[in-house]
Design a protein around this ligand. Structure first.
Ligand SMILES: [Zn+2]
Length: 260
């Protein structure tokens, strides 16, 4: 698996993105936060101090050679609303609510936070666009991956066959037992496909969130899909896992940007 390290910050990169983009999914290593957020926590609403979160984000951006002020992030709300960004978010402005961000401006670094939910990264080199999305179980049953492709088609004229998609580290099906509410919504959203997305482990249903997102991407014509087969709950040395750490944990970051 392609892991890299710079100034103590360890991060994962996909292999198939074009050289015209910069991206990373940051592990939890290389920051300053104490337990239970140790150490590269960039989640601002999990109890960690704002000063730690700020310093960690600067370290993460430095490791990839991106300016912290190029950041654009969102208040992630488990929906399918897309934001198209042409200017960096000024430090004193409030975060928009949404779960998909796209840009065609190399001066912007798109950034999101995760702890079991699935990071989705996008590139369309022919249109000069990058994007990132947040797909937890709620976003997945609402079709956030489909919304991402539709957004790129409608806003930038992207063709699905030119879109490179990547599915990042997230809670694996082995660790993701789900209850009746989730099962019902997966069945409603995926119909007959839901059986293979809800395999039984010792009589209990689990949800395969990565496969569900892959399926949706294929349904809307994306053929270039790279999947990081990394389970957040299996590898707590690298990732934060809301499920495996009983909600007392941080958020790891992912960023994507166009090279200038
Ligand atoms: Zn696992």
């Amino acid at each position: 698996m392609p892991f890299f390290s710079n100034q103590g910050v360890r991060y994962f990169q996909f292999e198939n993105f074009p050289s015209s983009i910069i991206h990373a999914v940051f592990t939890r290593q290389g920051g300053i936060s104490p337990a239970p957020w140790d150490s590269l926590n960039t989640g601002g609403s999990v109890g960690d101090s704002p000063a730690n979160v700020r310093e960690n984000r600067i370290r993460a951006f430095d490791a990839l050679g991106r300016k912290p002020e190029s950041l654009f992030d969102l208040w992630q709300v488990h929906g399918t609303r897309a934001i198209f960004v042409s200017e960096p978010r000024s430090a004193d402005s409030h975060e928009d609510k949404g779960d998909l961000i796209f840009t065609d401006n190399p001066e912007i670094t798109l950034y999101m936070r995760f702890a079991d939910c699935t990071p989705l990264l996008f590139s369309d080199e022919t249109r000069g666009i990058v994007g990132i999305a947040h797909a937890g179980w709620q976003g997945t049953v609402k079709g956030v991956a489909i919304a991402a492709i539709n957004a790129m088609r409608e806003h930038y004229g992207s063709k699905p066959e030119n879109i490179q998609a990547a599915i990042g580290p997230s809670i694996g099906v082995d660790h993701y037992e789900v209850g009746d509410d989730v099962i019902a919504q997966v069945r409603e959203s995926f119909g007959k496909e839901s059986e293979f997305l809800l395999p039984k482990y010792d009589k209990r249903r689990h949800f395969d969130m990565r496969k569900a997102n892959e399926l949706q991407l294929k349904q809307v014509g994306v053929t270039q899909i790279e999947i990081a087969n990394l389970c957040t709950a299996c590898h707590l040395e690298d990732w934060y896992s809301h499920r495996a750490e009983n909600g007392k944990t941080g958020r790891f970051g992912a960023l994507i940007a166009l090279k200038g």
